[in-house]
Design a protein around this ligand. Sequence first.
Ligand code: COD
Ligand code: ZN
Length: 379
Amino acid sequence: MSTAGKVIRCRAAVLWKSGAPFSIEEVEVAPPKEKEVRIKIVATGLCGTEMKMLARTDLPGLYPIILGHEGAGIVESVGGGVNTVKPGDKVIILFLPQCGECSSCLNSGENYCIKLKQSKTALMSDGTSRFTCKGKSVKQFAATSTFTEYTVVREDSIAKIDASAPLEKVCLISCGFSTGFSTGPGKAVEMAQVTPGSTCAVFGLGGVGLSVIMGCKAAGAARIIGVDINKDKFKKAEEVGATECISPQDFKKPIQEVLFDMTGAGVEFCFEVIGNPDTVAAAVASCNESHGVCVIVGLMSATDQVRIHGNLFFSGRTLKGSVFGGWKSREHVPKLVSDYIEKKFNLEPLITHTLNLDKINEASELMKTGKCIRCVLLP
Ligand code: COD
Ligand code: ZN
């Protein structure tokens, strides 16, 4: 029997308050409105960003909320005016929309769609969430929410993908993989333009950092140095392309000096994939004085300030930011999925655990203790 137009009751992982564990609840998911799509989530990854959200205590107005933004699923029904997907289509959820109308969407070299800025509140706190639980409206994280059997998102926040795509793998293209892997040659948008034969360093060897390493390798970098305080991450980093890995805790000197000792002139491309102001400062200082490029991938907290000596830029270093690896989400994600199907890159090394959604607290413990790269949850 069709569920289109009806409220769906299903399971979801609800966070009721700061510091509380996820609670598996029965929730109601309203039908999609104009330009919205209801999706049956098939697979969703637990990303480092969720771990940061779980650790936050400064947002009392955030709860109750359903987290999760890295997901893939199948369209269940569509609201009025939706014409790019239909029920049964396989889709990837996009925390970064592509509205096609804002100045970023209209600029071929940019991807920061204005709707991302707006979605920090939309579908979260202004009564536009499609979820309720125990009579209360439940907020949607990043206008997505994937830790649930069904969700509702805007049409501009999904990408239709190849019908043969294995959703339990390509769900990583929804966030972690694409946020890191953008440095390959010939891409429309590249965040650092890594050159063949170059020397790179990647600070932070989680799922996103490992994807950066894969990108540097694909771009032909000769040397890729992984930096992490958790040495358990080194083996996997080397498996996906790091030529060597170091821990700042093994040295008395600051890590930037260690990197200068190792390379002679500093690294040419450096990626900060942690979201920590101190490692951002160290990453910039690790770069080649003249042409070194440092890209910040990690998100810092709202109050973080980065302290960098101004003279570091005198000789020509560049510091820049990036979101979703510079990809235009709706446009480039289907192609990334096809490239995965054609075995142009691997997602398997990133997926260390696959668990039922009911085990989400176990998954979050694995992330917290650094034992897991990506845990894919199956609702
Ligand atoms: N020095 C070295 N390594 C460190 C340090 C430190 N001081 N602190 C932590 N690390 C290491 C950890 O041991 C871990 O291995 C790694 O850094 C972080 O990895 P994860 O697994 O926690 O996180 P990822 O890879 O899933 O995500 C990392 C991000 C930085 C991308 C994420 O936390 C983030 O900031 N996301 C927001 C930015 C963004 O674009 N997000 C897209 C939507 S998520
Ligand atoms: Zn993410």
